[in-house]
Design a protein around this ligand. Structure first.
Ligand SMILES: NC(=O)c1ccc[n+]([C@@H]2O[C@H](COP(=O)([O-])OP(=O)(O)OC[C@H]3O[C@@H](n4cnc5c(N)ncnc54)[C@H](OP(=O)(O)O)[C@@H]3O)[C@@H](O)[C@H]2O)c1
Ligand SMILES: *[C@@H]1O[C@H](CO)[C@@H](O)[C@H](O)[C@H]1NC(C)=O
Ligand SMILES: *[C@@H]1O[C@H](CO)[C@@H](O)[C@H](O)[C@H]1NC(C)=O
Ligand SMILES: *[C@@H]1O[C@H](CO)[C@@H](O)[C@H](O)[C@H]1NC(C)=O
Ligand SMILES: *[C@@H]1O[C@H](CO)[C@@H](O)[C@H](O)[C@H]1NC(C)=O
Ligand SMILES: *[C@@H]1O[C@H](CO)[C@@H](O)[C@H](O)[C@H]1NC(C)=O
Length: 323
């Protein structure tokens, strides 16, 4: 209830920001000119606004998407505000292991630093489908592709953190929907089964996986003594192309629940806060809503489940790569 109250009123939490804060507000005065950031899915919705704000704060932004036409438009839109903004676009299809590998190779070959990785791309409530690798499409896109991407970029992030003495940050776009998943959290034994598939629960499962991964990664990085944090965020509820598989339902629901909906500038606030704000320094393995720390579901806090998912994901990728 407290959550709903602050959402409706826009009341600020301990961070000084709340549900009504925009990405521009939460990053005011921050100079990111020495930072390089990759944003997956940065060509539309929350990702595009995140890219715009990071560029506004002078970061070098790499938008990684599968649709290069919309990526070009996104870049042009950002350059209209400032023609010297540093924005590049690169091709990445997260539901293909091959594409993720070639993206990482291409990026690493550029010899750029990497300070910030925003795992933002996502799909929601899709009818059952398997990726080219045979993986259920929401798990493949929202979780597995990002899992591999993060692992392949991690050395670069470690080198950058070491060479610059600056903290690296990984931000995972999860969702409040992580709480609405299958009975056991992750359906390890039935991950690609059409039988018993629920398009809503499969989304919740993939978003639970996002939190579990940020947590497990955070634990590993701490253990290694690496200066990189990993956190996950729920951006709020925002009308974006994400709703394409449920747009009638969502427009209908919005009539009754208009007071919980955010606009896109507000929707990008928690991501940008986690990526840039100085008060996030040293904070890792946490989940944020409206720019404030929030307790996720009990599955999401389960350390054993997090390790199990980590090993499971590695094995899955090995088996795809060998096939
Ligand atoms: N909007 C909400 O209410 C809400 C709530 C909770 C969480 N979230 C999370 O926030 C994130 C951003 O969502 P959004 O609302 O901004 O959605 P969006 O506007 O649909 O943006 C998602 C982006 O991901 C890209 N993408 C999808 N599949 C991809 C793939 N296989 N490879 C590469 N890129 C791919 C899309 O590109 P294409 O144009 O090529 O499809 C698009 O640029 C998602 O992770 C979502 O789960 C959103
Ligand atoms: C960026 O790097 C330059 C050169 O190392 C340094 O002079 C400058 O203070 C840095 N800016 C910020 C905001 O860290
Ligand atoms: C435009 O972007 C460049 C590169 O980030 C930056 O140095 C410059 O200050 C920006 N100009 C304005 C007016 O913000
Ligand atoms: C979240 O972060 C972890 C890094 O621990 C990554 O492996 C996982 O797949 C990411 N998922 C998304 C979509 O954010
Ligand atoms: C991590 O980076 C921050 C600057 O971003 C720095 O203040 C801090 O001392 C670094 N921590 C370690 C353990 O190197
Ligand atoms: C998750 O859902 C359960 C019941 O479905 C509820 O009791 C719990 O409070 C929810 N947790 C969060 C973090 O929303």
């Amino acid at each position: 209830m407290v959550g709903v109250f602050s959402l409706v009123t826009g009341r600020h939490g301990p961070s000084g920001f709340g549900s009504a804060s925009t990405a521009e507000q939460v990053t005011e005065g921050i100079d990111a000119s020495n930072l390089t950031a990759i944003i997956t899915g940065g060509a539309s919705g929350i990702g595009l606004e995140t890219a715009r704000i990071l560029a506004l704060r002078k970061a070098h932004v790499i938008i990684a998407v599968r649709n290069m036409v919309s990526a070009k438009k996104a870049k042009e839109q950002i350059l209209q505000e400032n023609e010297s903004a540093r924005v590049d676009i690169m091709n990445l299809d997260l539901c293909s292991v091959k594409s993720v590998r070639s993206f990482a190779e291409n990026f690493n070959a550029l010899d750029l630093p990497l300070n910030i990785l925003i795992n933002n791309a996502g799909i929601m409530f899709c009818p059952f489908k398997r990726s080219e690798d045979g993986i259920e499409i929401q798990f493949a896109t929202n979780h597995l592709g990002h899992f591999l991407l993060t692992n392949l970029l991690l050395d670069k992030m470690k080198q950058t953190a070491k060479a610059t003495g600056k903290e690296g940050r990984i931000v995972n776009l999860s969702s409040i929907a992580h709480n609405y998943t299958y009975r056991k959290g992750i359906r390890f034994h039935k991950i690609n089964d059409q039988n018993g598939y629920s398009n809503k629960k499969a989304y919740g499962q993939s978003k639970l996986a996002n939190i579990l991964h940020a947590n497990e990664l955070s634990r590993r990085l701490k253990e290694e003594g690496v200066n990189i944090t990993a956190n996950s965020v729920h951006p709020g509820v925002i009308m974006t192309p994400l709703m394409r598989h449920s747009s009638y339902l969502m427009h209908f629901l919005k009539v009754f629940t208009f007071y919980i909906w955010k606009n896109v500038p507000q929707g990008a606030a928690t991501t940008c806060y986690a990526a840039l704000h100085p008060s996030m320094e040293g904070v890792t393995g946490k989940y944020f809503v409206d720019c404030n720390e929030f307790k996720p579901s009990s599955f999401a806090r389960n350390k054993i489940l997090a390790r199990k998912l980590w090993d499971f994901s590695n094995k899955l990728i090995d088996s795809i790569s060998k096939a």
